[in-house]
Design a protein around this ligand. Structure first.
Ligand SMILES: [Zn+2]
Length: 180
């Protein structure tokens, strides 16, 4: 029986999967948890759109506490139609007014191209409906994301939209200006 992490099968220790580990962590969490009695509307009226990168601890990096914000994450922190869907609900149903975009150094999307889709199509016989949204210039990608939010006809609040690159080595955010 393996006692070390095996990333191919998700086995962590003695037959327990990673999900088993998370479920038991939740039991400890719930034991110490008290109902904060919060409303679903984010206290700081902000939605943060960020990459799913495992090195980005968004709440810690931005000093956010439970209940403060909406967190919307995907590969690259790309403003896709589905992110616009979430932002629209965030603003129209749950009262957020500000949008913060966080991309980061060393993003996996910099290593991909749209060929990724074609390779998948060749393998499975079906082309994904989504774009990979690969990029070469992270600053420019943040600008494009800001532009997509600002020009969305569905959002109520597009005046406070700011974009940043998080440095995974220093933990610092660098703000990106809307125009290069
Ligand atoms: Zn990333």
């Amino acid at each position: 029986m393996s006692t070390s992490a095996d990333h191919t099968t998700g086995t962590i220790t003695e037959g327990k999967t990673v999900t088993d580990r998370l479920v038991s962590a939740n039991e400890h969490y719930a034991a110490a948890f008290t109902d904060p009695g919060m409303d679903a509307r984010p206290v700081l009226h902000v939605a943060v759109v960020a990459c799913m990168d495992a090195r980005l601890d968004l709440h810690a990096a931005l000093g956010l506490n439970l209940g403060d914000c909406h967190t919307i994450r995907n590969a690259g922190g790309v403003v896709t139609d589905d992110v616009i869907r979430s932002l629209t609900i965030s603003q129209r149903a749950l009262g957020t007014r500000s949008v913060v975009l966080v991309h980061h150094t060393g993003c996996g999307l910099e290593a991909l191209t749209e060929d990724f889709r074609h390779e998948i199509e060749e393998e499975v016989g079906q082309r994904p409906a989504w774009a990979v949204e690969a990029f070469r210039d992270v600053d420019q990608d943040v600008r494009q994301s800001m532009q997509r939010v600002r020009t969305s006809p569905f959002l109520l609040h597009t005046d406070d939209v700011r974009g940043f690159v998080f440095d995974v080595r220093t933990g610092l955010l660098r703000e990106i200006t809307p125009t290069a």
